[in-house]
Design a protein around this ligand. Structure first.
Ligand code: G6P
Length: 607
């Protein structure tokens, strides 16, 4: 949610603006309502420019203006929280004198009272944002030292922040601070970068220092200082994974990457002879895990759908009572937790505010906290007791695809591991391992339905409502399929348990209301076939995702997409693929902004 970039070089770089904008573009998926920057110009003044809409609008605005930029420079791409989308509300924000410039991610919850107080003291505000109070507080406390003024200002803020500041009082410095909103410093040979997300700086360096909550960083041309001594970590993302290669959209690229991302996830994690999973991230808590008899899974959006699958898997294969919850609910209700409960958080980014809050609440209550995340060094990875990385490489499209399938595969590994600690037999474990090893190939085969999904998207493109239906392991897939088409194509869709429409949704069904039914050859196949009959009896068009050879489905459904056979537990990892492609092509046909759906953002770091 929102993106921050800062750049400062050893000798002042005439390319600073281009570098900063290029890095900011890599964060555009985090927010794209408006963008802005502030930079030192050779005339030794700070110039601030803003534009509504995409970063390309900002570039157009700056181009040909005759600026002679050097650095430091700070940049921001915004996802509006306080104040509508307009230039005045875009970052950077400035103080009354126009000497201090601030970019900010997060929310200052007490900004109204601070604004009132500062206004009484004579400060003049020019935006409706919460962020602007930070600039005025720094102005108020500035006494020759920027970091000291920032430090004093932070004492007055409640809420969350990742902040970068430059000031015309000091041309050789960026000052940054973090509280519950990620920020890191990239260390390159002749420059430093500040960013809210590692993907912004990967083209420059793999050496990063993550700021911890409560830390302030002072980044000069030659060095940087932060309160605590920090060890540089190596980023293990290949750079090319951040680009779009020849794909028209990140979403399609990421869908197509799934055979490779799952292969990468499984690498070195399967022990065939023991029918078990080897998960290094759980080593330190392996003994404690033996005592666990209840698991709460929390996550948001797509990660929550992965969590719903975890509920089915952990109960069936590990024999542990499991409940999957939206993190935003978990944090406010009084769930019954005790010493034998574990909380498992699932998050692609590892930065989702509600998920982090759930972890912190569980920790406070003495519960073992575990995480499944994609981003090494993310807040979730650092704050949980132990965890497993999904290793699917950077995911840029707002609609999550490869991160989802990797989360589900990780849940299978986790269930296998806990199952083998308990009553799951070697034979069943070996079967799961065997089918897991075949998964990348099965996904490769499934992806061949791309052309068919495009045709089907064309056929169904004029419908504005869809009912997605599935049972057991494919109920969460019905939810996730509906979620994909809603967020990418802006049409209404509902994901339901196959057995439920007779209690309500059948009232919606007509020739104008199609259903997408996920009905592989599994233990609930016959039940789903009956559910499809109920829809057909009411003249509802049916597009089915089924397994080759399913005669009943072929006879009943208007259209069928076939997926390969695998064990029931793994079916959802395959059945979601046609639904991702359907949503993608449908959204393309409707002219939607595929990688940056309106009103959404990739990483939601506000409550
Ligand atoms: C946002 C994104 C979703 C994502 C959710 C959780 O809502 O638009 O695609 O599933 O956040 O994100 P996380 O990084 O925690 O998985």
């Amino acid at each position: 949610m929102c993106g921050i970039v800062g750049y400062i070089s050893k000798n002042g770089d005439v390319k600073s603006l281009d570098i900063g904008i290029e890095a900011l573009k890599r964060l555009e998926y985090r927010g794209y309502d408006s963008a802005g920057l502030a930079f030192w110009d050779k005339s030794r003044q700070i110039i601030c420019q803003k534009a509504v809409g995409r970063i390309s609008n900002l570039e157009k605005k700056i181009g040909g203006n005759g600026f002679s930029p050097i650095d430091p420079v700070i940049l921001h791409t915004r996802w509006a929280t306080h104040g509508n989308v307009c230039e005045a509300n875009a970052h950077p924000h400035s103080d009354c004198t126009g000497n201090i410039f601030v970019v900010h991610n997060g929310i200052i919850e007490n900004y109204l009272s601070l604004k009132e107080q500062l206004s009484r003291e004579g400060h003049r505000f020019s935006s409706a944002t919460d962020t602007e109070v930070i600039a005025h507080l720094i102005e108020k406390f500035f006494d020759g030292n920027l970091e000291e003024a920032l430090r004093k200002s932070l004492c007055y803020l409640s809420g969350t922040y990742g902040i970068a500041v430059i000031s015309s009082h000091d041309p050789n410095k960026i000052v940054a601070a973090r509280l519950s909103s990620p920020l890191l410093i990239g260390l390159a040979d002749d420059h430093f970068l500040v960013a809210s997300d590692a993907s912004a700086i990967i083209a420059h360096t793999r050496k990063v220092v993550y700021l911890d909550d409560g830390e302030i960083a002072v980044i000069n041309r030659d060095n940087f200082t932060i309160i605590r001594e920090k060890k540089a970590e190596e980023l293990d993302w290949p750079e090319d994974q951040c680009g779009m290669e020849s794909y028209p959209h990140y979403m399609l690229k990421e869908i197509m990457e799934q055979p490779a991302s799952i292969e990468q996830n499984l690498k070195g994690r399967l022990v065939s002879e023991e029918g078990n999973a080897k998960l290094g991230g759980l080593d330190t808590v392996a003994e404690r895990l033996r005592q666990i008899d209840k698991i709460y899974i929390v996550g948001c959006g797509t990660a929550r759908h992965a969590g719903l699958l975890g509920e089915y898997m952990l109960e069936e294969y590990a024999g542990i009572r499991t409940k999957a919850e939206a993190a935003s609910e978990f944090r406010y209700r009084k769930a019954l937790l005790d010493g034998t409960t574990a909380l498992l958080a699932i998050s692609q980014s590892g930065e989702t505010a509600d998920t982090l809050a759930a972890i912190r609440d569980a920790k406070k209550r003495g519960v073992l906290t575990l995480g499944i995340t994609n981003v090494v060094g993310s807040t979730q990875a650092r704050e949980t007791d132990a965890g497993i990385y999904t290793r699917c490489g950077p995911e840029i499209g707002v609609a999550s695809t490869k991160a989802f399938t990797s989360q589900v595969v990780t849940l299978v590994l986790f269930s296998l591991f806990l199952g083998r600690q308990r009553h799951l037999t070697v034979t069943t474990g070996q079967r799961i391992v065997k089918d897991l090893l075949r998964l990348p190939e099965l996904i490769r085969q499934t992806l061949q339905c791309d052309a068919q999904m495009k045709q089907l998207a064309e056929k169904y493109q004029l419908y504005d409502n869809f009912l997605y239906l599935g049972r057991k392991y494919n109920y969460p897939i019905a939810r996730e399929g509906a979620h994909k088409i809603k967020e990418t194509a802006y049409v209404h869709a509902e994901g339901c348990r196959g057995g439920e429409p007779k209690h309500c949704e059948l009232a919606l069904i007509s020739e104008r209301f199609p259903s997408i039914c996920i009905v592989p050859a599994d233990s609930v196949y016959d039940k789903m076939v009956s559910n499809i009959q109920e829809i057909k009896a009411r003249k509802g068009p049916v597009l089915a995702v089924s397994t080759e050879g399913s005669r009943e489905v072929k006879n009943l459904a208007d259209d069928v997409v076939y997926i390969p056979q695998t064990m029931e537990l793994l079916t959802p990892i395959i059945s979601i693929i046609p639904l991702q492609l359907f949503a993608y092509h449908f959204a393309v046909l409707r002219g939607c902004d595929i990688d940056k759906p309106r009103n959404l953002a990739k990483s939601v770091t506000v409550e």
